[in-house]
Design a binder for this molecule. Structure first.
Ligand code: TMP
Length: 207
């Protein structure tokens, strides 16, 4: 495995993925390891514009239009950020292709084949090395969302939607060795250690 892997943090709202990715960022900075961090949708100038278009709470786009916009933002990231840094720097993603499968297919019921085939087309030869999948009980998710100041369009769906999305994430991760499930209902310090141990293994491991 590459010592400059692509590592993805996935999970529904309030699952703790952004907290943990930021903790990994602090670790990499301390160790002076070169990395880039990308949030999806978003990342560069164009992708952030697309993010605003999809997530702004006034936007009322058709779900398939949302999908196409998520994929368009992803293409900008791959073309402008990923290709030039692939295998040169550690690449951390706050959400990536599994989010499209979990939200747009398992949550919204859009066609899985189309989502998978466009994702594969966009990725080309780029491979994801590892994914941390953060899970959370719906009760904890709700109480974490309550304390958020700014809610986007996707933060306001009903709880059965998030349950479907989370089940979708788990389905995608099943029987695959490059996934680690992080149970965010458990102690945060234990999870931090679990993630950092794995990160060290992925980055410092010999080829
Ligand atoms: P977040 O960056 O605050 O997690 O919000 C991004 C939202 O976008 C989140 O609700 C999940 C959603 N999303 C999709 O529905 N499909 C996708 O492909 C991606 C990347 C995100």
């Amino acid at each position: 495995m590459s010592k400059k892997p692509i590592i993805v943090f996935e999970g529904i709202e309030g699952s703790g993925k952004t907290y943990h990715i930021n903790n990994v960022v602090r670790f990499l900075k301390k160790k002076k390891i070169k990395f880039i961090k990308i949030r999806e949708p978003g990342g560069d100038k164009n992708s952030e514009k697309i993010r605003n278009l999809i997530l702004n709470s006034k936007s009322k786009l058709h779900p398939f239009t949302d999908l196409l916009l998520y994929l368009a933002a992803r293409n900008e990231n791959i073309e402008n950020n990923i290709k030039k840094n692939y295998k040169k720097k550690v690449i951390l993603f706050d959400r990536f292709i599994d989010s499209s499968i979990a939200y747009q297919h398992y949550g919204m019921g859009l066609n899985l084949k189309i989502i998978k085939s466009i994702n594969n087309f966009l990725l080309g030869k780029i491979k994801i090395n590892y994914t941390f999948l953060h899970i959370v009980s719906i009760k904890n998710m709700k109480s974490r969302l309550k304390i958020r100041k700014k809610l986007n369009k996707y933060d306001k769906f009903n709880t059965s939607f998030y349950s479907k999305v989370q089940k979708g994430f788990i389905e995608v991760s099943k029987k695959k060795s490059r996934y680690l499930i992080i149970d965010s209902n458990k102690d945060i310090e234990t999870n931090k250690k679990l993630i950092l141990n794995k990160i060290q293994e992925l980055i410092l491991k010999k080829k």
